[in-house]
Design a protein around this ligand. Structure first.
Ligand SMILES: [Zn+2]
Length: 450
């Protein structure tokens, strides 16, 4: 699952808005840079636009300088309008002028950054090279296995194991049996890795065990958790949630500090591994979806079963007010990650839908929008697909509390068919792996030089 669908809602929107004004501004851009404006910020815009996301750090805006005159105004506007903005876009917190965009940095020293557009009809003089490669830029394949040279990071969603209950990703309909999303994603990831390596790819797991990647633990975030609750208007929250449920549980220091650990700090640690060590051409984030199952001690089955794939986009105005989020969105847009990410996600979605036969999930909320032509592909601003600085295909197949799916997942991975609930059935995990492989093969065989 990618969202908080299992937990109650009060703080969901608020939990990520820390004020880190006390950290002070640091713009490390050289003062001679033509695109950094060192004027004083307008007093009224500085406070709102200087916020940081939870555990976020002040961005180095000078990193965007390399994108000066690499993208035309029309290219920028269509990416913003069709992918990165919400469907009913509010005006962005940056100005799109004829020759450049002007972005408030939220920092006090250099109030804004100006990124000039590539004039129409001109060829870009520079070509910023991110660490990832498009299919068309991979070496000629020749007679080698079809995914040769491709560097793939496989990110098994969540932590699982002893952390699954804390993550609210443990589901049990009967004493003595349970499924944990983090364990299922890891089993899937290991099998997927074998298949991809056999096809020539260099595949690495972002997490190899049911232990966190982050070195931090919930107790390290007590202060931040208290500040989240104070900012949300609850200055004297209960320290622990023992005996509490629903909103009362969410409004405790324990629940908030655990979430900062398993959601925010964990994804930051994985992002460092992806961006600094693995440097892949694509990240595959593996999840299993669920419908609301109510109280974890007496969960409910859902008649629904579905699938969708997420790409990065659909930034809410309130998210764009955070300086790190604003920077990361622009870095993604200007690096043209979407130009590879959306067609790749569409191909994987097609492979998955063919193998699993699952119908497309339909979002009814404003936090997601369709991206590209494939009905399974939606854009959402998730921490993982925003922080990983390369194309990310984020998969959400299967509803874990759909009864037949639950029983299939209890059987974990097997080949062929087995009798489940009186019906000969394939392994959901095997179908998951085959769907991804089918999609990747189709995409790279079509798009890389042969
Ligand atoms: Zn998940």
């Amino acid at each position: 699952m990618s969202s908080h669908s299992l937990s109650s809602g009060i703080l969901l929107g608020m939990a990520f808005f820390f004020s880190h004004a006390e950290l002070g501004a640091q713009v490390t851009a050289p003062s001679t840079s033509p695109v950094i404006d060192t004027s004083t910020p307008k007093a009224e815009q500085a406070p709102a636009l200087s916020k940081l996301s939870a555990l976020g750090v002040e961005p180095d805006w000078s990193k965007l300088v390399v994108y000066a005159e690499t993208m035309t105004k029309a290219q920028f506007e269509s990416a913003w309008r069709d992918i990165y903005a919400e469907a009913n876009a509010m005006p962005p917190p940056f100005q799109i002028k004829d020759t450049a965009i002007t972005v408030p940095t939220g920092q006090t020293k250099s109030a804004q950054i100006i990124i000039p557009f590539l004039p129409n009809g001109e060829k870009a003089k520079t070509n910023p090279k991110p660490f990832w490669r498009r299919a068309r830029d991979l070496p000629v394949l020749g007679k080698r296995p079809p995914l040769s040279d491709l560097v793939i990071a496989i990110d098994p969603g969540h932590i699982g194991g002893a952390y699954a209950a804390m993550e609210e990703r443990l589901l049990s309909f009967k004493a003595g049996e349970s499924i944990r999303e983090g364990d299922l994603s890891l089993i899937t990831a290991k099998i997927l890795k074998e298949r991809l390596v056999a096809l020539g790819a260099v595949a690495t797991l972002v997490r190899e065990t049911s232990e966190p990647v982050t070195k931090k633990r919930p107790e390290d975030f007590q202060k931040e958790a208290l500040s989240v609750l104070t900012d949300a208007g609850f200055p004297t929250p209960a320290p622990t949630y023992s005996g509490l449920t629903g909103d009362a549980k969410v409004l405790t220091v324990q629940w908030q500090s655990e979430k900062l650990f398993y959601r925010v700090s964990e994804i930051h640690a994985r992002a460092e591994r992806v961006n600094q060590q693995i440097k892949p051409d694509v990240v595959l984030c593996l999840h299993f979806n669920a419908e609301a199952w109510g109280d974890a001690t007496s969960p409910q089955f859902s008649p629904q079963n579905h699938f969708h794939v997420l790409v990065n986009g659909c930034y809410a105005p309130v998210e764009m007010q955070q300086q790190d989020v604003r920077f990361q969105m622009l870095q993604r847009l200007l690096s043209r990650a979407h130009e590879e990410e959306i067609p790749l996600a569409s191909a994987v979605a097609k492979g998955m839908s063919q193998v699993t036969g699952l119908p497309a999930y339909v979002y009814t909320t404003a936090n997601a929008r369709h991206a590209g032509e494939n009905e399974y592909v939606y854009a959402r601003n998730l921490l993982a697909n925003r922080l990983y600085e390369c194309p990310v295909v984020y998969l959400e197949p299967f509803v874990m509390n759909h009864e037949e799916t639950y029983r299939r997942l209890l059987c974990e991975h097997f080949l062929g068919r087995t009798l489940i609930g009186g019906k000969l059935t394939t392994s959901a995990i095997e179908d998951y792996v085959r769907g991804i492989v089918k999609g990747l093969l189709s995409y790279y065989q079509t798009n890389r030089p042969s």
